[in-house]
Write a protein that binds this ligand. Structure first.
Ligand code: C2E
Ligand code: CA
Ligand code: CA
Length: 406
């Protein structure tokens, strides 16, 4: 008999006849059988019960709980007294993260294949897939083996960039007071020919973690500024619109960041004032001296500076006068509350007032309804973006929108 030597584990004892897990119940852990034996029973649609197998020491039971949130698919009963090792999702993730790299890789391959099988089952409408949430599995995979997932995604991204699977989308930013278009935010899209749409909130953090974000940002900057020129030409504007591009702290740490940005501006024939750099409060607090030097260089060059997700970072407002800031983007989490929540409304109103007093423009993010837009307009908020006006779109569609909102 083999002995398992795992530290800090939770062991559970069951007597012969006990139900260990019940079909239909929510699964939150798996077990490895250390000793004893269990039987697996499936209840069919008519309520009939069927014995489908048995398992002994060394086997894993309830393993689906580790990769998806679906209910238990079978009832498992102890047929002998059993000692089980409990494995929660968190515990599973920790074990993978601290495993030997080869073991990690093997688990990653198995889980990825498993997920692909489930996805295929879903496509052909196999009943096994109906309860499974592919997106949840995707997230669990990222959580469960973050190191491997980072490596894989980062590797795939470079490939995707070379093969034209990375796209620049643009979301119009509106002048709320006049209803005309003021500019765009450039947003990255990864559309894989096989896997489909890969969400930015999944891959952008991976790019940041791996440092690949610098390459991605430079690509985005060039693409979006070239596009701005074409959009203006085709929609009848002349250096009137701006392009807001997201940058991370990695970008800011690069030597010669401002020079690189300035070179791109020169080659794309737009005015420096037409570029807005979007950064978060976190970046300012994390590396204040470096940030201030870089932002001052940008300001001298005429480039606009926007603070993204304003209100979600640090509460200190001292940076508003310590750094050269042109624009505050009020986070969507506040905007979505202004209709129902009086305090959120007051808060947003105060930020608009603050902006007016300091000569900083305000952009409200994530406007989804006419009511929100009207409310922000009456508060004196200058600009807004959100699904109410327009979703992020490829260049060809954005040109039509710009023509209509000249
Ligand atoms: P973000 O910078 O806060 O971008 C705004 C996000 O809100 C975008 O999500 C946009 O599609 C979404 N959005 C806009 N209006 C609405 C609305 O009315 N309702 C709702 N529910 N959502 C709205 P997206 O494109 O998925 O991007 C997510 C995040 O990924 C971005 O958040 C940004 O942090 C990051 N990201 C995207 N593209 C880039 C990029 O090129 N560079 C960098 N560094 N980050 C990027
Ligand atoms: Ca942004
Ligand atoms: Ca934002």
């Amino acid at each position: 008999m083999s002995t398992l030597t795992i530290q800090n584990d939770t062991k559970k004892l069951f007597s012969a006849g006990d139900v260990i897990m019940r079909q239909g119940d929510e699964g939150d852990c798996a077990y490895i059988i250390l000793s004893g034996r269990v039987e697996i029973i499936v209840t069919n649609e008519n309520g009939g019960q069927q014995h489908v197998g048995s398992r002994g020491a060394g086997a894993m039971i309830g393993e689906m709980a580790l990769i998806d949130n679906a209910p238990r698919t079978a009832t498992i009963k102890a047929t002998q007294d059993c000692q089980l090792l409990e494995i929660s999702k968190e515990n599973f993730g920790q074990r993978i993260d601290s495993a030997d790299p080869v073991i990690k890789m093997a688990i990653q391959v198995i889980l990825t294949r498993y997920r692909d099988i489930l996805k295929r089952a879903e496509i052909i409408g196999h009943p096994a897939a109906s309860e499974l949430d592919a997106e949840a599995i995707e997230l669990d995979l990222a959580r469960g083996s973050s190191a491997m997932e980072t490596l894989r995604l980062a590797n795939d991204f470079e490939h995707a960039l070379e093969n034209g699977h990375i796209y620049a989308y643009y979301q119009p930013i509106m002048d709320i007071q006049s209803g005309k278009i003021a500019g765009f935010e450039a947003l990255m899209r990864w559309i894989d020919p096989d896997k489909g749409f890969i969400r930015p909130d999944l891959f952008i953090p991976v790019l940041e973690e791996s440092g690949l974000i610098v390459k991605a940002s430079q690509w985005m900057l060039k693409e979006s500024l070239k596009a701005l020129k074409r959009i203006e030409n085709k929609a009848g504007f002349e250096n009137d619109l701006f392009m807001s591009v997201n940058f991370s702290s990695h970008d800011f740490s690069e030597a010669g960041f401002t020079q690189t940005v300035y070179d791109t501006i020169s080659t794309t024939d737009i005015k420096p004032q037409q570029l807005h750099i979007e950064i978060t409060e976190r970046l300012l607090i994390g590396q204040p001296d470096k940030a201030n030097a870089t932002l001052s260089e940008c300001r001298q060059a005429g480039i606009g500076i926007s603070i993204d997700d304003f209100g979600t970072g640090y509460s200190s407002l001292s940076y508003l006068h310590a750094f050269p800031i042109d624009c505050l983007k009020i986070d969507r989490s506040f905007v979505m509350m202004i209709e129902k929540d009086e305090r959120a409304r007051q808060l947003v109103h105060s930020i608009v007032g603050l902006g007016q007093n300091l000569g900083i423009k305000i952009i409200a993010e994530g406007i989804e309804t006419e009511e929100e837009s009207e409310m922000l307009k009456s508060m004196g908020c200058e600009m807004g973006q959100g699904y109410y006006f327009c979703k992020p779109m490829p260049e060809t569609e954005v040109i039509l929108f710009a023509k209509e909102h000249h």
